[in-house]
Design a protein around this ligand. Structure first.
Ligand code: ZN
Length: 141
């Protein structure tokens, strides 16, 4: 099992993605939405892995569009290391490849995806299929 680590710029949001996949098999998915383009964000996940996010309580949760997911934005440095969203009562998430220690290797296998036309129910089904089961741990105030 690989434990891929990453963090925002100041380190107050830490992410850990456990996966049996190598970094190239995880790859990097550029989302073509306006928010992701503005941040230059590229995402990865493993549906058979586990995503752990550790953050302080004052993390900013940004929602837009269908409001079905939370972009976790660091209030200190402005970086977005992860997105989480619930599907049928379970939490799933993706990590921002650019925040990961293994970014260079993940970015070698890169695709650009456009979800603009996707309906909300298809979006939730896709997340349950592709995103990683996730847990957000809130550390001290
Ligand atoms: Zn930060």
């Amino acid at each position: 099992m690989n434990d891929y680590r990453g963090a925002c710029h100041c380190g107050s949001i830490q992410v850990s993605l456990q996966s049996t996949n190598g970094p190239g098999a995880l790859g990097a998915r550029d989302c073509d939405c306006s928010f992701c383009r503005l941040h230059g964000a590229s995402w990865t996940s493993d549906p058979n892995g586990q995503l752990e996010i550790s953050t302080s309580a004052d993390v900013h949760r940004y929602q837009f569009g269908s409001k079905s997911s939370d972009f976790l934005i660091c209030r200190e440095c402005g970086v977005v290391p992860a997105v989480v969203g619930e599907v049928a009562g379970r939490l799933f998430g993706v990590v921002n490849v650019n925040c990961m220690d293994a970014a260079a290797e993940m970015l070698k296998v890169r695709q650009i995806l456009d979800f603009e036309e996707e309906q909300v129910e298809d979006r939730l089904a896709r997340r349950a299929r592709i995103w990683s089961p996730a847990r957000v741990r809130i550390s001290g105030l």
